[in-house]
Design a protein around this ligand. Structure first.
Ligand SMILES: *Cc1c(COP(=O)(O)O)cnc(C)c1O
Length: 358
């Protein structure tokens, strides 16, 4: 990510920017509370049971962030010197501050592939020989939806082939499912269509689901008990966290089906971008998989950072994800009318960028 522009009236920088709704705040204020470290937080326990059931796992753990959920999975499974197989554009490689190396002492074996996807043959080829010279191939991380890849949804057959190859190779298979429910809504499948085939899953409540804070890690009871110890070690054990868990419960009850609206808004936004001179949409408007739209600027429009600064002055915030690549993300606080306003701002900004760099 390059410089992050300030918030604007229509904030398309990320789906993390949503504010809790009035109904969500009411749910938070009325939640029964306890002390989760002392083991008697009823709302956190209710959330953890709900997430475990949703994802078809024995247990789940409420944590402050998606990064912590992924890193707890890694730390609970890997020894120093182990290797994790993951796509080259993974969140765990680019946006988790080197935590696999810092916290678990792991290396990553990066795989290439279009839009964040790879195949079973690549997983098998990445396995190290069982030999004293080699790191131990321990874990496979599959990101779904894939953020940097474009909000990509893993096709079920490809996912199944990759996950079963991982398991046949003896790998622990983890889904970085920060936006797993976006993938499920896009395909019209239950989360278990993906999660039944893996060992652990992380899920973010603070992205498209609209909660202010929080993520979860789900897996076997044994693994989650181990992750609970590391959560304490990493400083992520919380007390009256039922306040936050109540927001997550509300989000799971009320904000999942509506992710389809975000996807529809993203496709409209993509159509606008595709028809704006100087902007090159990645894919076609119909192929935008979920709530993310990526495009690049023709060189005559200048840099992504300058484009985003100009756009923010017109009330629309987006993020530059490279010298000329821009990302826009739709979410709970973006309405269909906002997309109309954004369309006008994008057209004006593109024209202004072309003339100012001419
Ligand atoms: C946002 C995100 C995470 C977690 O991010 P936090 O900011 O730590 O909650 C993990 N994986 C992916 C793919 C993400 O997009």
């Amino acid at each position: 990510m390059t410089a992050i522009p300030p918030a604007a009236a229509i904030d398309l920088r990320s789906d993390t920017v949503t504010r809790p709704t009035a109904a969500m705040k009411a749910a938070m204020m009325s939640a029964p509370l306890g002390d989760d470290v002392l083991g008697d937080e009823p709302t956190v326990q209710a959330l953890e049971a709900k997430v475990a059931a949703l994802l078809g796992k024995e247990a789940a753990l409420f944590v402050p962030s998606g990064t912590m959920a992924n890193q707890l999975a890694i730390r609970s499974v890997c020894e120093p010197g182990d290797e994790i197989i993951a796509h080259r554009d993974s969140h765990i490689i680019h946006y988790e501050t080197g935590a696999p190396a810092a916290l678990a002492g792991c290396m990553i074996c990066p795989l290439d592939g279009p839009r964040g996807l790879f195949d079973a043959t690549q997983v098998r080829a990445a396995m190290r020989p069982r030999d004293q010279h080699a790191p131990v191939s321990r874990m496979l991380v599959i990101e779904n939806t894939h953020n940097k890849g474009g909000g990509t949804v893993w096709p079920l057959a490809q996912f199944e082939a990759v996950a079963s190859a991982g398991r046949e190779c003896g790998l622990h298979v983890h889904i970085d499912g920060a936006r797993l429910l976006n993938a499920c809504i896009a395909l019209g499948v239950a989360p278990t269509a993906y999660t039944a085939q893996v060992d652990t899953v992380s899920l973010c409540f603070s992205k498209g689901l609209g909660a202010p804070v929080g993520s979860a890690l789900a897996g076997s009871a044994k693994l989650i008990a181990r992750a609970r110890r590391f959560r304490k070690m990493f400083g992520g054990a919380m007390r009256q966290s039922g306040l936050l868990a109540a927001a997550a419960i509300h989000a799971l009850d009320h904000h999942v089906a509506r992710l389809a609206d975000d996807h529809a808004n993203a496709r409209r936004l993509a159509a606008i971008i595709a028809s704006t001179p100087g902007l090159i949409l990645e894919g076609t408007p119909d192929s935008v998989p979920t709530n993310m739209v990526f495009f690049t600027l023709e060189p005559r429009l200048g840099s992504a950072a300058d484009f985003c600064t100009r756009l923010a002055r017109r009330g629309v915030a987006a993020i530059g994800m490279g010298p000329s690549r821009v990302r826009m993300v739709t979410h709970l606080d973006v309405t269909a009318t906002d997309i109309d306003h954004a369309a006008a701002a994008i057209a004006t900004t593109a024209a202004e960028s072309a003339s100012s760099t001419a």
